[in-house]
Design a protein around this ligand. Structure first.
Ligand code: ASP
Ligand code: MG
Length: 421
């Protein structure tokens, strides 16, 4: 007998027919003798609809009341799933965030989970009851309803799995796993049977939007075995795996002798480039740029400082989220006298392309391969950053698809056969 958490996303819960499909999957696990907690999302599109109601009601809505409204989508689906399970003869009960409770910070609309009380939950599971838990919601001090930020039900599921010491957390979604890159760009992208937490974190945060990034960080910290798989497709890959298992580094090394050097290639069009021209080349100059940006909670990602000109000044280029560009430019303008730059340039037609893989820890030449492959296609690199398991470059966004395709081939990631063969 295993204790498992099953999480179903919005597409899987969209309508009673689909909820029946979900219930069948839950029943299979129950019939196999497992203890099951299910975490559900709202029906696809529902949270957007509720968010829009709040905006329409008042652009300056109270975030505490926003949470009351948007948390309701998951209340509906959890109750409906419990009803359908009961109608199939499965003993099931819903547990809302405040009933367990799932305690969170009071940062409404982006709350963080603090603790999950597992006493009632554990007792229910021990009697063979299926617990259906709405994702995305919790309760702050003062017993107000909170939500965890968009996509947050992945984090709910991982947190419940960690708190219950579940054997695994299966995240059912509308794709059959995590791919080497976006299959819409590269039809020969391959589904990965396993990926490490660290790789998944990089892939999730650089654009492969399968799981909420926060949920992966939590899974890594709590060592929760997460599997991403489809609620609509039961097929297995040629190695007999369903979905993608997200695990620790050690397991991958054991699992496959011929581990790929590079696991995946991601791209992210959500950054903008800022260049400060002629910043005085003296100690502390860079701090005068990035301290005020940090104080304004603007996340800077890539940074390039050019070699000093003979005039004793240097150019500094960096990226910020596109959504923060206007604010960043405003902060920089205000700091102009302190920083002492001449002019500021900015561009939004850029894309960050990243190659990710734990294999690069023990191999030289990964970055060189990337730069050469891009150079051969005449793609200019505007900025570079690296970490132990990732190399990212900033390029003109018109070249995104070409760059991803070329790199996918350069690292030998293309599937053997044509996808449509
Ligand atoms: N329903 C919420 C959202 O759309 C949470 C989730 O589904 O993960 O953001
Ligand atoms: Mg999601």
């Amino acid at each position: 007998m295993a204790r498992i958490v099953m999480k179903f996303g919005g597409t899987s819960m969209a309508g009673i027919e689909r909820i029946r499909n979900v219930a069948n999957r839950v029943k299979q696990e129950v019939d196999a003798g497992n203890q099951v907690a299910v975490v559900v999302s709202a029906m696809a599109g529902e949270t957007d609809r509720l968010v829009n109601f709040c905006r329409e009601a008042s652009p300056l809505y109270d975030p505490r009341e926003y949470d009351v409204v948007v948390a309701s989508g998951e209340q509906v689906t959890s109750g409906l799933l419990a009803i359908v399970l009961q109608s199939m003869g499965v003993n099931a009960r819903s547990w809302l965030g405040w009933q367990l409770p799932i305690r969170t910070s009071d940062a409404h609309a982006s709350a963080r989970i603090a603790t999950i009380d597992t006493e009632a939950l554990g007792a229910a599971l021990a009697t063979g009851e299926v617990a259906v838990i709405p994702g995305f919601q919790g309760m702050a001090d003062g017993d107000r309803i909170t939500t965890l930020g968009r996509g947050g039900s992945d984090t709910s599921a991982v947190a419940v799995a960690a708190a219950m010491k579940a054997d695994r957390c299966d995240i059912y979604t509308d794709v059959d796993g995590v791919y080497t890159t976006d299959p819409r760009i590269v039809p020969r992208a391959r589904k990965l049977s396993r990926v490490t937490y660290e790789e998944m974190l990089e892939l999730a945060s650089v654009g492969a939007k399968v799981l909420q990034t926060r949920s992966v960080g939590l899974a890594m910290k709590e060592k929760v075995r997460v599997r991403v798989l489809s609620s609509f497709d039961d097929s297995r890959d040629e190695d007999g795996y369903r979905g993608t298992l997200i695990v620790g580094d050690d397991e991958i090394e054991e699992g496959s002798m011929e581990r790929q050097l590079i696991t995946g290639i991601a791209h992210d069009k959500n950054e903008a480039k800022v260049t400060l021209v002629a910043v005085p080349d003296r100690p502390g100059a860079v701090a005068t740029i990035f301290t005020p940006l940090a104080d304004a909670s603007i996340n800077v990602d890539m940074i390039v400082q050019n070699i000093a000109h003979e005039t004793g000044s240097t150019d500094v280029t960096f990226t910020v989220p596109k959504a923060e560009l206007t604010r960043a430019l405003d902060v920089l303008e205000k700091q102009k006298p302190t920083i002492g730059f001449e002019r500021v340039l900015h561009a939004t037609n850029v894309c960050k392309v990243s190659v990710v893989g734990v294999g690069m820890r023990s191999h030289a030449g990964v970055a060189a391969t990337m730069f050469k492959a891009l150079a051969d296609r005449g793609i200019n690199i505007q900025a570079i950053t690296t970490s132990e398991i990732k190399v990212s470059v900033l390029i003109e966004d018109d070249y995104t698809e070409l760059a991803v395709r070329v790199l996918h081939t350069a690292y030998g990631l293309d599937a053997e056969e044509e996808a449509d063969a």
